[in-house]
Write a protein that binds this ligand. Sequence first.
Ligand code: ADP
Ligand code: MG
Length: 697
Amino acid sequence: MTNVPEMFGSMVFNDRKMQERLPATTYKALKKTIKNGEPLDISVANAVANAMKEWAVEMGCTHYTHWFQPMTGVTAEKHDSFIYPVDDGQIIMEFSGKELIKGEPDASSFPSGGIRATFEARGYTTWDPTSPAFIRDRTLYIPTAFCSSTGEILDKKTPLLRSMERLSSVAVKVLHLLGKTDVTRVTTTVGPEQEYFLIDKTAYDKRPDLIFTGRTLFGAPAPKGQELEDHYFGAIKTRVAAFMNDLDEELWKLGIFAKTKHNEVAPSQHELAPIFETSNIATDHNELTMEVMKKTAEKHGLVCLLHEKPFAGVNGSGKHNNWSISTNTGENLLDPGKHPENNLQFQLFLAAIVKAVHEYQDLLRITVASAGNDHRLGANEAPPAIISMYLGDDLGAMVNAIISGSEYVPQSKKEMMTGVDVLPDFKKDTSDRNRTSPFAFTGNKFEFRALGSSLNIGCPNYMLNTMVADELSQFYDELAGAEDLEAALRALVKKTLTAHQNIIFNGDNYSEEWVKEAERRGLCHYASMPDAMEHYVDRKNIDLFVRNGILNEAEIRARYEIELALYSKQIRIEALTMVDMAEKNILPAVLAFVKELTDTALAKKALSPQYSVYAETALIEKLSAESEAFAKKAEELEQAVANAKQYRSDSLALAKYYRNTVFVLMNELRAIGDAMERKSSAQFWPYPSYGEILFGV
Ligand code: ADP
Ligand code: MG
């Protein structure tokens, strides 16, 4: 039997180990830095580095690495050994405070969006003491932020840390105004639910599309998909269960609170939900979780697919970002309490969030935009590409009462009046019935549901924190001078909810009517990644980040360039992979099958002219026509990719070209390929079928 409490966090240099191994004064100084964001003294850093190294060496480590989250979308690491030469060609194991605090990876190969000229290739990684160091593969991992030598931010962690600071300082001011003077710090918390596919490695290895792009670019649907709904929460297969148990243990060792696991809607699809943590640690842990998932799958002869849409025709994978704000005194600021109608503090925070989501709905859309997620948003499996908010029956009724100045009757109370329910208090359950909403209130937190499965959650969270901080700061300015605070507060809440109620929608987000209704309300509807990304650099968005000290204009423009370039590159790789598969394997396979059919027909006729060759000729006819169209379409696609170079100097135009021309041709090519797969002999088809992949584990 594994002793879980003992195993939990065994690979983490956590608070307990720090307390055990650091001198009391050092420990206190470090805690101050972690808790209050105070700068760290070098003598403290030296002591911490030494304690970390001793622990790591005891655990068998020889190396350390600064671990960071550049704009590539995956984490990066550069390993250095602890060895330090001394006299007589001997070595000792050394690790200084300087090495802990600062690293200098060659930054020239990481995307910078034009910020960093190539002659100035230096980049810096800086220790993030708020996220604990950990051990993987006999290496000590130190979570760090990453910036250029001239100070521009090149990663996803720094803006998140800044946004948490900003939200904290503003929220504390607001709470002090409301009389909560004991609050000194406010933190955002996140619990990301992670979806993924698990498939057999042998099938994966035969699919260049999965290997190069993470998704299948061809593939006729299997006779069975997800229509029986027999996979969701179904019994977990032995091999998958073994993987999940192994995964849990690996994550627990790393101090990650993996809590819930179950099968998802699509065949071979699963989900893991952790217990929430501060946004910063939750982000690091989600990145780690995805990496550990992939590694653990390998050990079991499986492959973990984190792409948003690995298979056409069945659901893709997303991530639900459960988000809340709480104080250092232990209060969840998004908990409505038993009587939200009397809870002005809650109403104020709610109003700030409603206003933020309404004014920056484009940013929330942008932050989940990617080539992979384009397949999901608006496809009746994920929230639509239109951002709206769901508050649930109780809160919705409360907001309506505030706006109209009428009396609030909670929905649960209505039930009580009919004698059905004896619980008149605010009920958590009434808030979680709409699974189609992109941004839903779920009891004491908001669930942002539009994230793609592979996304680094740092981005949506720094945007969310920043926009809410900005609104709270405006509220503070408005309330600070008020003579009658309560009256001013009530007026502000009413004014804000009235002005921004258009973002609230409690109906079915998947319906056609909503698309029309949203248009009437003037909400943004950006169907694709380039359409959305275009607005990242709108003046109001640049101003938001600059005003709140999160990113400067050059950094925002760099991010815009990087994201667009990434999108174009991904579509390009997909298109080239398709051409390759089409010309090298699919077309030859179909032609060989046609030849086989022709030979069969001729042989039959030679034997006796009376034999019918109906089946052969019908197939020959259809496959000949399709293979001709297929060959032409493949050529057309290849040519379209080559033509992309005319847009090289304009990243937005290039991305739009890939979306509107290349991607469209890809879909057309796929349609013909899949039609041929349906008619061709399985013996001739060069790739494992959807049936084999999706039901193969
Ligand atoms: P539900 O059943 O309504 O989905 P759960 O309690 O199961 O809610 O939580 C779902 C996810 O939300 C979990 O990852 C959980 O850790 C996270 N979560 C719960 N409370 C908070 C909070 N205050 N802040 C952030 N995430 C939270
Ligand atoms: Mg979920």
